[in-house]
Design a protein. Sequence first.
Length: 106
Amino acid sequence: MRAAAALGAALLLGACAQAPAPPPGAALTAAQAQSIRPGHSTRASLLATLGPTHKVVFDSGYEAWLYQLPVPGGVEELVLLLGADGVVRKQRRRAQLSVPAREPIR
């Protein structure tokens, strides 16, 4: 009985230690990230190859889409800016720390 309780506690605590999985379609491979071409890639091509993800729609019709790219030590965020016409205008990769920094980043 004690062994079962200890195992249950270990499994419960182990589940808490892992980062939550990104929503479906939000995680990219490096090859997928490299295939995005500002000025050429479209909303339809992104949905077909990468799937849906988190997005913010602005009053101007522009949209910001957020994907995650697993890298050693955590993940990077890939932010895409789509114009009102649905074409990717800009992209930016941003490092995201997997653990809080102990010192201020300068």
